[in-house]
Ligand binder design. Structure first.
Ligand SMILES: Nc1ncnc2c1ncn2[C@@H]1O[C@H](COP(=O)(O)OP(=O)(O)OP(=O)(O)O)[C@@H](O)[C@H]1O
Ligand SMILES: [Mg+2]
Length: 619
């Protein structure tokens, strides 16, 4: 069961070392060469300031000496060194930028891959829980720039601290009282800036659900899958307005945040100013009352002037570090979830086959929904049988199919493969033994053979099996007519992409089920989009096509289920009737009702009824 995650109220700074270590690890794993080069270049360019100062001093000395000796050789020499160093500094600066571009891209790639790893082991239930998507979204956002930023902040914090230390030592010699004054004075400034970071984090955290809804609207407005309805219903204006509404809410929240951060900024500027003015005032006072001499006062003032930018550098990089830690914690939490999710996937191997599949008093509730989608359902499916599941919309048919696939686990009762309780089996192993055609099957914008091959991706390189599956699904004929046959890319939004009709797409999905070659086949409304002939052919040949396999067929077309070995009728999540078509008709219950209702539509027209009867395509 997917557990909703609540962030801790306070993010202790204690997490900072761990986050730093994992960020550095991420950088190291992603692009160690670029990382090392960037770090070296940063250190070198940091040291270059001091070297340049020394060079300028030497140049001035050389100028002084050469004006006496009239020998300009040393001056030219120092000018040359200065020129070469300036060139190197500028070049290393631009190199750093370019390398950082690659570093950023590599870190982004690695971070994304780690997010995909979590998504790859998450349950269907997790994907149906808003909390999972909120966390995913936050991890996504934080993974981009934050790992690089946190290490850069660490590097600049270290260099600023080194700068502060130098000046502090010098100041201590001149006027020791200035040191505690400046250091203690910077603490409130640091706290105020950190509060601003926390407010920014809280803003992003709180707005994730709203932002996700807004992003959904943008997708509806801009993606092909919705374009036909958006254009046909003239929805662009309506959706635009909805997007603006959601964005207005974001803007309102952002205004509150900005106001808060402006206040915090004003207070910390005040603190910064006091931090500068108070020591200068102290030095002036000591100078005026004669406690301090002019050279000492000049040295102290220079120290204060030098300390100001380095101290601000420390405050800035420390808060950047804190801010990154807040955001990265979301990413780390999400990535760590992989271990929990994999642990949930424990269990033994799946049985290779079965003689009876049994649902025993199975109850299932969707997360957050009180009414059970399945209530106390007990049914048997014998090996080699074609078993049908019917019932009105929302009666629980698809839910039951997903339980059989191991996509959901029952909350009560058991799903048994003979004596094996599937709760004790690794879900992935169980799924290998099931071929399923979902009611809302996927349309992969890949080429035709990949669209079929993903049914058993290990067989992607086996064109004969793919072709055979396509033939069984009645797809081979139209695939042959495609511009590049099985190599035709599907999806008109890609260059050279080709679109299919919905029925052709459904045949692709059916071909996947054939290719999967598993003992249990679940077909959830497999012919909803197929033409009458294709539907008739499929049901006519189902026993031959799926010979040796067990088929669970879910359908609203009663003509297609009447020949099933056993029919189960679900109503509001409960199993209300079961038997063969003849037994259920005799029972005169819900099945008979629904069957008669559907048949009446055909029987009201004598000609259609006669034709249908002849073809066996309708009841
Ligand atoms: N992911 C979900 N989260 C919450 N409730 C769900 C979810 N999927 C389905 N339900 C609810 O569970 C009940 C059974 O749904 P299910 O999809 O199993 O019905 P069905 O019999 O397959 O219907 P249909 O004939 O329309 O395909 C419905 O009330 C539905 O609203
Ligand atoms: Mg369904």
């Amino acid at each position: 069961m997917y557990d909703v995650w609540k962030p801790p109220e306070q993010r202790p700074l204690r997490q900072l070392p761990g986050l730093l270590a994992s960020s550095l690890g991420l950088l190291w794993e992603s692009a160690r060469t670029e990382f090392v080069l960037v770090a070296i270049l940063q250190v070198v360019s940091g040291a270059m300031g001091g070297v340049l100062l020394v060079l300028v001093k030497n140049l001035l000395d050389a100028i002084q000496a050469s004006s006496a000796s009239q020998d300009f050789g040393p001056v030219l020499g120092w000018l040359g060194v200065l020129g070469v160093l300036t060139l190197l500094t500028t070049f290393s600066g631009s190199m750093q930028w370019e390398l950082q571009r690659i570093l950023g891209e590599q870190v982004d790639r690695r971070a994304m891959l780690r997010i995909f790893e979590v998504a790859g082991v998450a349950s269907l239930e997790a994907f149906e829980t808003p909390d999972f998507h909120n966390r995913l979204e936050r991890a996504w956002i934080s993974s981009g720039s934050r790992p690089t930023q946190i290490t850069q902040s660490l590097l600049s914090l270290m260099s600023s601290l080194a700068g502060v230390l130098g000046v502090v030592i010098a100041l201590f010699a001149v006027l020791p009282v200035l040191v505690p004054l400046l250091l203690v004075g910077s603490v409130p400034v640091l706290l105020l800036t950190a509060r601003g970071s926390k407010a920014l984090y809280a803003f992003n955290f709180g707005l994730t659900p709203l932002d996700r809804r807004r992003m959904y609207i943008s997708r509806v407005l801009t993606h092909r899958e919705h374009a036909h309805e958006v254009i046909a219903f003239g929805l662009a204006g309506f959706l635009n307005a909805r997007w603006r509404d959601l964005h207005d809410q974001r803007l309102a929240e952002m205004r509150t945040l900005v106001r808060q951060r402006m206040w915090l900024g004003a207070l910390s500027s005040l603190g910064n100013t006091l931090l500068f003015v108070a020591p200068v005032a102290l030095v002036s006072y000591l100078l005026v009352n004669g406690t301090m001499q002019l050279p000492q006062a000049v040295a102290a003032a220079t120290g204060i002037l030098l300390l100001r930018p380095t101290l601000q550098g420390v405050i800035w990089s420390a808060t950047q570090l804190y801010e990154c830690a807040l955001f990265l914690e979301d990413y780390e939490q999400f990535v760590r979830m992989k271990d929990e999710l994999v642990a949930e996937h424990g269990g033994g191997p799946a049985p290779a086959s079965f003689s009876t599949l049994r649902l025993e008093s199975v109850t299932f509730n969707y997360p957050g929904v009180e009414a059970p989608a399945l209530r106390n359902v007990t049914l048997d499916i014998g090996a080699g049988q074609v078993v049908a599941l019917v019932g009105e919309n929302g009666s629980g048919k698809t839910t039951l199919a997903k339980l059989l696939c191991g996509l959901y686990a029952p909350l009560g009762g058991r799903v048994l493969w003979d004596q094996t309780d599937t709760a004790q089996v690794k879900p992935a192993a169980l799924r290998k033994s099931v071929a399923v055609l979902f009611q809302d099957f996927c349309k992969y914008l890949l080429d035709v053979s990949e669209n079929i091959g993903v049914g058993r991706h290990e067989r992607l390189g086996d064109p004969d099996s793919i072709r055979e599956a396509a033939e069984h699904a009645g797809a081979h004929a139209f695939i042959r007519d495609l511009p590049e046959g099985y190599r035709t890319l599907l999806g008109p939004e890609f260059e050279g992409g080709h679109n299919l009709s919905i029925g052709q797409w459904q045949r692709m999905a059916l071909a996947r089920a054939f290719l999967r070659d598993a003992p249990l086949v679940i077909l959830d409304e497999p012919t909803a989009a197929l033409d009458a002939r294709a539907e008739h052919e499929l049901f006519d040949s189902m026993r031959t096509l799926f010979a040796g396999r067990t088929v669970l067929l879910i359908s609203h077309r009663f003509s297609s289920v009447r020949s099933a070995d056993r029919i189960y009728v679900l109503h509001k999540g409960e199993l209300v009737e079961q038997g063969t078509h003849e037994q259920l008709m005799q029972l005169n219950g819900q099945y008979a009702d629904l069957f008669t209702l559907q048949a009446a539509a055909y029987q009201s027209n004598g000609v259609a009824a006669e034709a249908a009867e002849r073809n066996g395509a309708v009841p």
